[in-house]
Design a protein around this ligand. Structure first.
Ligand code: PGA
Length: 634
């Protein structure tokens, strides 16, 4: 098989950055250069702007350039891509509000020069209002630089699948997946507007320069399809292939599904490191649908891997070596098997019992991602602590709070002191006052947090954990923030470091690597890394193994797995029962990329079952389900 030419494969110029922040600094520098050049020529700069988590760090860098390096926006005009239909500019989730908070209020932009589509235009006015928006862009001289994010549907702006390259600013219906992705912002999918006004694909393509930004593994598939697939209405971002000056600036996680990253051996000669060899052979086995031990020389040669054979010898030697490595990832003893030979086990036998600390960005991540493993750790008598880093209170609907209020009232009815009634009444009044989309008060958030605690306890009991083993950290960044706008602070790191030093864990389970940097798991992971750095000189850290789980909502790929913990049918059932204790999360939990999920609670079980099927197909033993972990070294 001859190598694939990347320049033919990637039809959009793509720059991969180690981190989102580095990409944002680079794009902000280009914007600044454009503004300064236009200022010198006494010309206005027209920027096309986006909302969502993605551009937040870019806006923070532009604000920094304004404050520290004198970048002026006095001669800048902006046009935002889109706005929810039916929301006024003061609504906390309106894109006008978002832009004011994230950029406009912090730089010297003239308010009359900022444009966001009018979400309040009536049905009669809306066509005319959209035409006026197009005309205003033309009158301003057209867009110099357009910033884009990308949705998991492949949308740019709110141009959902089905949007053609000729489309212009208009009223559109939002895709189901887009609405589910916004469900957390609006405290429930049912509250997410059904329609929006968006610039068209054609409007975007008219910009002179386009930067599309994407961070995190959740965007990896749609990014790869946009860059390598054919231009298609199914993925509107793919029409950017027809733009003559468009660059995708993405982080490594978002780039991970590009052919040159995922299957580099198909693209040209590679260095066959042990890691890459493992990845390639596992891929080969899945591609030709043969278990590892049945792969033959022709399979290698026909799939771009003949140089591996030349370098390493016979197919059978490669097969058996990888078979053994994969076999050794499987263990029913996630805390190590005491008094057993541990030379080929993922976790060491001693010390026993271990102090195992499981960190969860939110309640439910524990049972959802490692319910079976936790059950085993508890049964195998390790000292387990589950620490919920955030309260998760933003993910509880008002309806669930009303139910709790009624419960408190009912219980207190026959008691003399009736202390709880006062609190419940207060929260009820606050709920009534805030209306459907208002900000939650501290008391409302507390009660929502308590509801999640009770669900976490109920689920932990099923996993065999004592409720004293649970630690509710309520990290401040979350308590003070809201989705897509969180900012972590010193006290978060201090609190995390204190917990680590108190417990001095022998093993630590955590998640968040490779997620969108503004997501709760990613922020929690960064806080953990900072806290670990502060414990650098502590004795316990030298003997602490860190195991990453990948979820919620996704699993490690086979080549990334260092520990695979099988679940028996009973354990699997128990895990599902544990997930069901999180009743308020029924409509909030993560959804499978691109698919309409019947019931997102089933996702965890689908993933664990799929891993078991994959292991089976490689020629390993056949299990009901498997949970997976990757070793992380600081
Ligand atoms: P996100 O959204 O930045 O919040 O991921 C991107 C988009 O939908 O365009």
């Amino acid at each position: 098989m001859s190598p694939i030419d990347v320049s033919n494969l990637e039809k959009i110029s793509t720059e991969i950055f180690a981190e989102a922040d580095t990409a944002c600094v680079a794009v902000a520098a280009n914007i600044a250069e454009c503004i300064r050049l236009n200022d010198t020529n006494k010309q206005t700069t027209v920027l096309g702007l986006a909302t969502g988590s993605t551009p937040v760090r870019l806006y923070r860098e532009l604000i920094r350039l304004h404050r520290e390096e004198g970048l002026s926006f006095a001669n800048v005009t902006t046009f935002n891509l889109d706005e929810y239909y039916g929301l006024n500019g003061d609504h906390p989730e309106s894109y006008r509000r978002f832009m004011q908070d994230q950029l406009f209020d912090h730089v010297d932009l003239k308010s009359e020069n900022t444009h966001v589509p009018n979400g309040l235009a009536t049905r009669d006015e809306v066509i005319q209002s959209c035409q006026a928006y197009e005309q205003a862009i033309i009158d301003a001289g057209g867009i110099d630089i357009q910033i884009l994010g990308i949705g998991r549907t492949g949308h740019i702006g709110f141009n959902e699948p089905g949007s053609g390259p000729e489309s212009r600013t208009r009223l559109v219906t939002l895709d189901g997946l887009t609405r589910r992705d916004a469900a957390r912002d609006f405290l429930g999918e049912e509250n997410v507007p059904r329609h929006a006004i968006t610039m068209g694909v054609g409007t975007i393509l008219d910009a002179r320069k386009v930067y599309l930004l994407a961070w995190g593994e959740a965007k990896a598939s749609v990014v790869a399809e946009s860059i390598e697939g054919e231009p298609t209405e199914t993925i509107p971002a793919s029409f950017l292939q027809t733009h003559r000056d468009c660059v995708f600036c993405i982080d490594e996680a978002a780039a991970s599904r590009l052919t040159r990253i995922r299957y580099p051996w198909l693209v040209g000669p590679v260095e066959w490191t042990p890691e890459r060899t493992r990845k390639a052979i596992l891929w080969l086995s899945q591609k030709v649908q043969k278990p590892l031990l049945k792969l033959i020389e022709e399979d290698y040669a026909e799939n771009g891997m003949s140089d591996l054979l030349t370098e390493k010898g016979f197919a059978y030697d490669l097969n058996i070596e990888l078979f053994n490595t994969t076999q050794h990832t499987i263990t029913g003893w996630p805390g190590g098997k005491p008094r057993a030979d541990d030379s080929n086990r993922p976790e060491r036998a001693d010390p026993f019992p271990k102090r195992s600390l499981v960190l969860c960005p939110e309640p439910m991540d524990d049972v959802y991602c490692l319910g079976g493993t936790l059950h085993r750790l508890a049964n195998q008598e390790h000292e387990v602590t589950v620490a919920y880093q955030t309260s998760g209170n933003l993910a509880v609907s008002d309806n669930d709070v009303r139910r709790a209020i009624e419960l408190i009232m009912e219980v207190e009815q026959d008691r003399e002191d009736r202390e709880g009634v006062g609190f419940a009444r207060k929260v009820e009044q606050q709920l009534n006052a805030k209306g459907q989309f208002g900000e939650d008060t501290v008391e409302i958030r507390h009660l929502k947090g308590f509801i999640r605690r009770s669900e976490a306890r109920s689920s932990a009991r099923l996993l065999g954990l004592k409720t004293e083993a649970l630690c509710f950290m309520d990290l401040p960044f979350y308590e003070k923030g809201r989705y897509r706008r969180f900012k972590s602070e010193e006290s978060d790191i201090e609190q995390m470091a204190e917990l680590l030093n108190n417990i001095q864990p022998h093993q630590l389970f955590a998640t968040g690597l490779g997620h969108d940097p503004l997501s709760v798991p990613a922020i929690c992971f960064q806080i953990l890394l900072n806290a670990l750095a502060r414990c650098e000189d502590k004795k316990w850290i030298k003997d602490c193994h860190i195991w990453l789980y990948r979820g919620p909502g996704s699993e490690w790929e086979t080549h990334e797995i260092d520990m695979a913990v099988p679940l028996s049918p009973d354990e699997f059932e128990n895990k599902i029962r544990g997930i069901y204790q999180h009743q308020t999360q029924r409509s909030q939990s993560p959804s499978v990329s691109g698919k309409r999920d019947r019931n997102s609670w089933n996702l965890a079980s689908d993933l664990n079952r799929a891993t078991a099927v994959t292991y089976d197909a490689l020629g390993m033993a056949e299990y009901e389900a498997i949970e997976t972990f990757k070793r992380f070294k600081i």
